[in-house]
Design a protein around this ligand. Structure first.
Ligand SMILES: NC(=O)c1ccc[n+]([C@@H]2O[C@H](COP(=O)([O-])OP(=O)(O)OC[C@H]3O[C@@H](n4cnc5c(N)ncnc54)[C@H](O)[C@@H]3O)[C@@H](O)[C@H]2O)c1
Length: 251
């Protein structure tokens, strides 16, 4: 029997990229899975799609209630919806800082808040937040984005402490640059997309981008009941970018 057999999972931002790969993997491993997204129109069976904007508390509550009813409960929340931002502290105005925090941080707060009553009823409850290497490494031109992911990292620890005695584990994954539609959009906006891609690949010791499926595998590991002793941790999925210091290759 698979580890997710009989469990019900909700994945935010599950219509694309890392969220999509995660929803599909959890379903393959036996979970019933609902996707909450701004645009769930591409979501197909066996996944259930629900439209919601994580910046809108009422729409999150409505979609979470509908998903929990559709699934017959909730055991796993993957808080994954997020958006990017580029530039130094000088490059984004207050409105943009508020907008990106609203999606990347408060979006997770709203979704967790709506899901907790259901998770408390589960014997195998887990939350996995999609954080980023930007939380733990200083990356150029990512001041706002990194600040949001630093907040997600701290939020993960605080939530793990708050909900431990309720039997709810909370962890996060910290992906390096992952080959998703988001990065596709970023590359096509660059003056020289091939050079930009090469620079992003070279930044990771493996010399390639992380795949959405590799991040999904790490999320499934943390969400699985097999990981019952793991809470309050971050799992890097970054081709070695955070931890390794390689010497240049001998030519
Ligand atoms: N791709 C990377 O290199 C990378 C690296 C580290 C962390 N991450 C994180 O992974 C997560 C997913 O990124 P991805 O690369 O798969 O992106 P993506 O753009 O391919 O997918 C993001 C999904 O989130 C949804 N979404 C965005 N705003 C929303 C909102 N307000 N309400 C509901 N849904 C919303 C989008 O519709 C989309 O389906 C994000 O939290 C991102 O910060 C990505």
């Amino acid at each position: 029997m698979s580890d997710f057999e009989g469990l019900k999972a909700l994945v935010t931002g599950g219509a694309s990229g890392i969220g999509r790969a995660t929803a599909e993997l959890l379903a393959e491993r036996g979970a019933r899975v609902a996707v909450l997204d701004l645009d769930p129109s591409s979501v197909d069976k066996p996944l259930l799609g629900y439209r919601a904007d994580v910046t809108d508390d009422a729409s999150v509550r409505e979609a979470v209630a509908a998903a929990a009813a559709g699934l017959g409960g909730l055991d796993v929340l993957v808080n994954n919806a997020g958006i990017g931002a580029q530039g130094t502290v000088e490059d984004n105005d207050d409105a943009e800082w508020h907008r990106v925090f609203d999606v990347n941080v408060l979006g997770m707060v709203r979704t967790a808040r709506a899901c907790l009553p259901y998770l408390r009823r589960s014997a195998q409850a887990a939350i996995v937040n999609t954080c980023s290497i930007a939380a733990t490494a200083g990356l150029p031109q990512r001041a706002l984005y990194s600040a949001t992911k630093g907040a997600v990292y701290s939020l993960t620890l605080a939530m793990a402490a708050d909900h431990l005695r309720e039997g709810i584990r909370v962890n996060c994954v910290n992906p390096g640059t992952a080959d998703t539609p988001w990065i596709g959009r970023l590359l096509s906006a660059a003056p020289d997309p091939a050079a930009e891609r090469a620079a992003l690949e070279a930044r990771q010791p493996t010399g390639r981008l992380v795949t959405a499926e590799e991040v999904a595998g790490a999320i499934a590991y943390l969400a699985s009941p097999l990981s019952g002793a793991t809470t309050g941790t971050s799992l890097a999925v970054d081709g070695g970018m955070q931890g390794l210091r390689l010497r240049p290759e001998a030519r």
